[in-house]
Design a protein around this ligand. Structure first.
Ligand SMILES: [Fe+2]
Length: 182
């Protein structure tokens, strides 16, 4: 199994789009935090977040290939089967079964939603982002309308209340705010 640095080198060799790289770094941080909360394997969860969209530049928005291409690359490189499975599942190629599948499905839209919540703040900084304003934005249908709120709330199926999950993700993303430019 690849270590973190190898994985990041692989990601940056395949994925050139800056905001997608930031999304993967944010997903890595949030997956690690959620794994810690659930008592799951933090390294495998973090790695899953870090690589899950590695094929997005390659497939150029083709939903039929997104996830399958990436999973193939990861399989070839000897990544764990549970990680490869979660990558396929998050792109809709199989139904979620494992805790890891479900964790990634919840984290994926949450990072983008928190970035959107941050970018509308006067200081564009995660440091001042409050749970209260995120909760308000969750209810505003026109705000970040492409983000499926139910997918964020699906974390509750893992026994984690949505508010706690959002707090945990805000804190995780604060921890890497420099590398994601927020
Ligand atoms: Fe993603």
């Amino acid at each position: 199994m690849s270590n973190r640095d190898d994985a990041w080198e692989f990601v940056t060799s395949r994925l050139k789009t800056e905001h997608l790289r930031s999304h993967l770094l944010a997903s890595e941080a949030c997956m690690r935090a959620l794994a810690a909360r659930l008592g799951e394997d933090e390294d495998v969860w973090a790695l899953t977040g870090l690589v899950h969209d590695v094929d997005l530049d390659e497939v150029d928005g083709d939903p039929g290939r997104h996830g399958e291409v990436g999973a193939g690359w990861l399989e070839e490189r000897g990544y764990p089967a549970e990680l490869v499975r979660a990558v396929r599942v998050h792109a809709g190629h199989a139904g979620p079964e494992t805790t890891l599948d479900k964790g990634l499905i919840a984290v994926d839209p949450t990072t983008g939603f928190l970035v959107a919540c941050t970018l509308v703040r006067p200081d564009r900084s995660l440091q001042s982002l409050k749970l209260k304003s995120v909760k308000k934005r969750m209810k505003e249908k026109r705000f970040a309308a492409n983000v499926d709120r139910d997918q964020i709330r699906s974390v509750e199926a893992l026994g984690v209340p949505t508010e706690e999950f959002l707090t945990l993700c805000i804190e995780a993303m604060r921890g890497i705010h420099e590398s994601i430019g927020l």
